[in-house]
Ligand binder design. Sequence first.
Ligand code: AHR
Length: 502
Amino acid sequence: MTIRANMLVDKHFTVSAVDPRVYGSFVEHLGRAVYGGIYDPGHPTADASGFRQDALEAIRALRVPIVRYPGGNFVSGYNWEDGVGPKSERPRSLELAWWTTETNEVGTNEFADWAKLAGTEVMMAVNLGTRGIDAARQLVEYCNHPSGSRWSDLRIAHGYREPHRFKTWCLGNEMDGPWQIGAKTAVEYGRLANETAKAMRWVDPSIELVACGSSSRSMPTFADWEATVLDLTYDQVDYLSLHAYYNNNEGDTANFLARSLDLDQFIQSVAAICDYVQAKKRSKKKIMLSLDEWNVWNSIGSSRADERWQIAPPEFEDVYTHEDALAVGCFLITILKNADRVKMACIAQLINTIAPIMTETGGPLWLQSTYYPLLHASNYGRGTVLLSNVDSPKYDSKDYTDVPYLESVCVFDEATEQLTIFAVNRHLEEAMALDVDVRSFGTLRLIEHLVLENDNLKAVNTKETPNRVVPRSGGQTTVDQGQVTALLSRASWNVIRLQVTK
Ligand code: AHR
């Protein structure tokens, strides 16, 4: 049996322009993300600075516009001064977020160098756990001030004449979480974030600041935390952060694939809280959202290193399945559907630690199933998100009712005149016949229909078998007189690319 769904889009009815930074990612000093991931001086492809060229190539293909650094929980105990200057003089530190030894071989300047090679911006985070205003304002001065002051001249002495000009800064990380070094109440954090933001902006008025929202929607203080923090920081910050991780540890795939409904509600709730505080303050300013950690995380809470103080031990090296890739696809579509509010989003993380890209230290690199929806969305999901009218059959799962089998969004790129339909068929048994009314675009021609499908929902890519879950071109789509007709295989991710011809 085949189920049927319809979609209608009109080029005049839009949600918002896509901020390319929604295709951001995250590199934390955690596990082998930095050491063995982006940096592996003994690797055959490493350049003179120790950066793996095979990793850079896979990252460049993703066109990642912004990468959050250096944490994560790591940042809450980080002394940035330990990671600059001659490498031989850098201390080894006991790292208390993940109980490892941090060699400080890679620090702010090396990451800035790497980001240039990767063609990405840095989203820098400051330590508001163990430190505060002084360390943060000095780091801004070190990174962004041209010259003629203590910290900017120190950067120059370290070999970086030009300032890094990092634009986006996170005011700490998950400060509501009891696991955080220096966790705080909303009032403690809000006051500190506000005062730190002021000082950072006085050093460099051009920066943008992200305040910490709750570390997840399930935190007991969720919503009150957001309202209090924003009440105390409203005029000083531009974004509020959201973090969202999901897993299928219950082994209920229909319920798992519906988790993007939770993400959608989470985004809408945080937007509503921002608007409540805006109304209360009678402010003209709208706070935007930074979903700066999101992903499937099946090993969450599981794997702290047994033996403490190792250097870069493997941590959270989740092996992603075909169904995980479908979930990532649903999350990407949800982010796009909220493009009017979500201006930055970072899949957590980029390499080795809960990541789409895997490497063996000193050895090969391979791409996980989740790499592909990211690749497609980042490359073809630029332009403007269109409002879509969707009519899809629905199902109920353990935690959700009325889950549409079709999860989809359309993006129109005015520059190339290309229209892209991203669609997940959540049905685990049946194919879906999808009709999309695109009449308002005039005449269109099919460029290609990319499909990620698999007989086995649990199929994975590994070092030995890196091509078990890979997309193919040649999905079944026809275009006729403003009507796109596609067949979406069961449990599949689809990218239907169309060219406006007149
Ligand atoms: O991304 C891994 C960790 O998850 C981050 O360090 C932390 O912010 C979150 O809890």
